[in-house]
Design a protein around this ligand. Structure first.
Ligand SMILES: [Fe+2]
Ligand SMILES: [Fe+2]
Length: 288
């Protein structure tokens, strides 16, 4: 029997801001180089690759993934974060200048999501589908275990009243329906299922009254529907980012891993070891 564990590295929220930030780019290079040397089978990046929705930042990540041999469908998986799709300054400027209909802003948002999916299509569908790829399911057959990634887009367009910071999350009913179909559930039989999105299930609170007042601006609006779907799919693990904390927590038997933020600690990442018997181990690792 083959018992070799599958090694997955998970990072999040790189928040790159251009080539000028040499330190960040060098740290990224070092980290990906380390993942290669340490023999990771797969790398997951759970959103907010760019700080200002700039495709040039996506390009930096793509280049580094290519250099270290991770730019392949079966080697890496990415989802978009709010900072990849929404440039807050631009939204405010448009809103102030033109007071556009929300439908127009929604179109702009959908175009940006398409751009992201098209840019990273090799790591998403692996095919030239362009367009909206979310949700997608990626099943990788390792010698010891079949791992399925079920990825959803949780970024929700900017709206002045409902999503003033662009940081609130929502998973569209269409995505939830698509993954909940009987045919999808049947295709996942025998897989170790990993859920993936940018926003957190957990509601992060603090003791500060001011912070509490702002909590709702960061939340995943329909997190309970998301949890129900994950349970229905018999997901064991869900990976996310958004709240820049390296943290693991469990809800209704599902372990959620917050991949923290590379931007704040470029030497820390989450390691997952998945075995052939349906078990896994997770820990946060500091690169030596
Ligand atoms: Fe972030
Ligand atoms: Fe975020």
């Amino acid at each position: 029997m083959i018992t070799k564990e599958v090694k997955i590295a998970h990072i999040s929220d790189t928040h790159l801001s251009g080539k000028q930030d040499r330190r960040q780019v060098d740290e990224l290079d070092r980290l990906f180089g380390y993942f290669k040397t340490a023999g990771y089978d797969h790398l997951v990046i759970s959103g907010d690759l760019s700080n200002n929705a700039d495709p040039e930042d996506w390009r930096i990540i793509r280049k580094k993934l290519e250099i270290h041999g991770f730019y392949h469908w079966d080697k890496a998986t990415v989802v978009a974060g709010n900072h990849d799709l929404i440039n807050l300054e631009e939204e405010m400027r448009f809103y102030n200048a033109l007071n556009p209909l929300s439908l127009v802003r929604k179109k702009v948002f959908e175009r940006k999501l398409k751009e992201f999916c098209f840019f990273f299509q090799e790591l998403i569908t692996g095919e030239e589908q362009g367009g909206n790829a979310f949700p997608f399911v990626k099943i990788i057959n390792y010698p010891s275990v079949k791992i399925a990634f079920a990825a959803l887009n949780s970024v929700y367009p900017w709206y002045p009243a409902d999503n003033p910071l662009g940081a609130r999350g929502f998973i569209t009913p269409g995505q939830l329906r698509a993954l909940g179909q009987e045919s999808v559930l049947a295709s996942l039989q025998g897989c170790f299922l990993v859920g993936l999105c940018h926003h957190a299930y957990k509601v992060y609170g603090t003791d500060s009254l001011i912070d509490q007042a702002f909590d709702w601006t960061m939340e995943l609006k329909n997190r309970e529907e998301f949890l129900e779907l994950m349970k229905r799919m018999q997901t064991k693990l869900v990976l996310h980012g958004h709240f820049h904390r390296f943290q693991a927590y469990t809800t209704d038997g599902i372990t959620f891993i917050n991949g923290g933020s590379f931007h704040y600690n470029p030497k820390c990442y989450s390691e997952l070891l998945i075995d052939g018997q349906g078990g896994f181990k997770q820990k946060f690792v500091l690169v030596p």
